[in-house]
Design a binder for this molecule. Sequence first.
Ligand code: SDX
Length: 429
Amino acid sequence: MTATTGTFSLGDKSVEMPVKTGTIGPSVVDIGKLYGQTGMFTYDPGFTSTASCESQITYIDGDEGILLYRGYPIEQIAEKGDFLETCYLLLYGELPTRVQKSDFDYRITRHTMVHEQMARFFGGLRRDSHPMAVLCASVGALSAFYHDSTDITDPSQRMVASLRLIAKMPTLAAMAYKYSIGQPFMYPKNDLDYCSNFLRMCFAVPCEDYKINPILTRALDRIFILHADHEQNASTSTVRLAGSSGANPFACIAAGVACLWGPAHGGANEAALKMLLDIGTVENIPKYIARAKDKNDPFRLMGFGHRVYKNYDPRAKIMQRTCHEVLNELGLKDDPLLSVAIELERIALSDEYFIEKKLYPNIDFYSGITLKAMGFPLSMFTVLFAVARTSGWIAQWKEMIEDPGQKIGRPRQLYTGAARRDYRAIAER
Ligand code: SDX
């Protein structure tokens, strides 16, 4: 990183502030001393022009549709790597050697079981609870079981907690699904890879052997890679802010799960599929396009648009290809939902409104169709997003904790409420 100085005039004041330049991407103006020098704050609700931290993990160029994990293009990692290798890369910063990969896989595999008491924890919840509510609760509850890895000042405990979270999220996600359909929990099997293990925990029953489908395993692994990290998105920023207070990593990830649930963020895959089901047929598409353009209608095309990508989300292209692979493998290539999705995308990409506002399909547009074809109910889509994103959340949390300049996040505000006034007795109101 290099630094120069910028001079900024604010009314009758002129202030000098450092301008920092990273490896690639926009430079930043370090406004840390702005309030002290001018008595003013900056104002940027939604943080559209604000860098909250320095990071070396993920780089996005929204105009060019570029996504890099530790410098490696998402297209290459999705094609040539696997999800646990991606977790290692995000956590440690380099691709693992064969020995490092084998050791990491071994350690993750042997943390996949959860404390047996967790089974009773689920029992206290309603069967028809939304799996994201169950996941929020159960991830937070992990901190009640693993006190030996909550001291964030101890690097070894930080790493054990990171491994536990990456390893146990699939188990908790599968338990949330099994609980919602009244089937018994399936224990992880140490002789299976990460995604085969997860699919078996979700779809196997004790009454018969479960047949692994390598096409579906590979597809799910690629979906997890695509969802692993994405710079300082809403849920990652939530994890960083929670972690900045010293909260334990299990509590921080539970906060990330809660934020991801929103339909404008991770909940968009569930919302996008519900929208496709509501549209139902190609003939209905124009009506929904008109609603999306109507300023008086809150309806938005779920799975379209992005805060950063003002070009095609690079993950969406890979997701679209994976969707076709899965539907072909399952003999569903004529799925009417896919026909609606393809026609909706074609119309939207040629429509002036969407072109002018740079609204392209994002990763959530095709993921829902794929996950539904694999047998997951809509309510599990964001849960799977959370399973994958845990690797990015924990890598970003670790980077923040290990930053020597780290301090508690504490934004200020523009106050527009009542100025000081005296209390009036109720008789005088
Ligand atoms: C994810 O941040 C990340 O990296 C997130 C994520 C990750 O990996 O972590 O990529 C995952 O969350 C992907 C996004 C999933 N969300 C959706 O698909 C929900 C639908 N999309 C929109 O809600 C919206 O596009 C957002 C929330 C994603 C982005 O919103 P912004 O950047 O705040 O932009 P905006 O809402 O101000 O929209 C700009 C304009 C507006 O019109 P004007 O007010 O300027 O006239 O575009 C319009 C919006 O009305 N618009 C849409 C639209 N999205 C934006 N109009 C119709 N349909 C849409 N989907």
